[in-house]
Write a protein that binds this ligand. Structure first.
Ligand SMILES: [Zn+2]
Length: 106
């Protein structure tokens, strides 16, 4: 089982690198490579020719993935930088909960 505890849509803070301290939303997760894409973090410039997808052509700035160990979840309930854990409820669901405030995150 994957130990990933970050999901698409989570708010995270960046712990290392050029964008250290930045906050943003998880756009995508690659569990096999343990990489995440965070909104407006680790922008890289790519050159594109004019095409249907890029009608202006030229330089496109786009997020590049960063290692999942370099992000930490921001709890949407208490606003603290936190980790999550899973609890098992009576109905056998296993929601993520904030390790700081104990609130369910889903
Ligand atoms: Zn919390």
């Amino acid at each position: 089982m994957s130990k990933l505890r970050i999901k698409k849509g989570d708010q995270v803070v960046i712990l290392a690198g050029r964008d250290k301290g930045a906050r943003g939303k998880i756009l995508n997760v690659d569990p096999s490579k343990k990489r995440v894409w965070v909104e407006k973090v680790n922008f890289v410039k790519r050159h594109h020719r004019q095409s249907e997808k890029y009608p202006q052509g030229g330089i496109i700035e786009k997020e590049a993935s960063i290692d999942i160990s370099n992000v930490r979840l921001i709890c949407p309930r208490c606003g603290e930088i936190t980790t999550t854990r899973h609890i098992v409820k009576d109905d056998a669901t296993r929601p993520r909960v904030c390790a700081k405030c104990g609130e369910e995150l889903e």
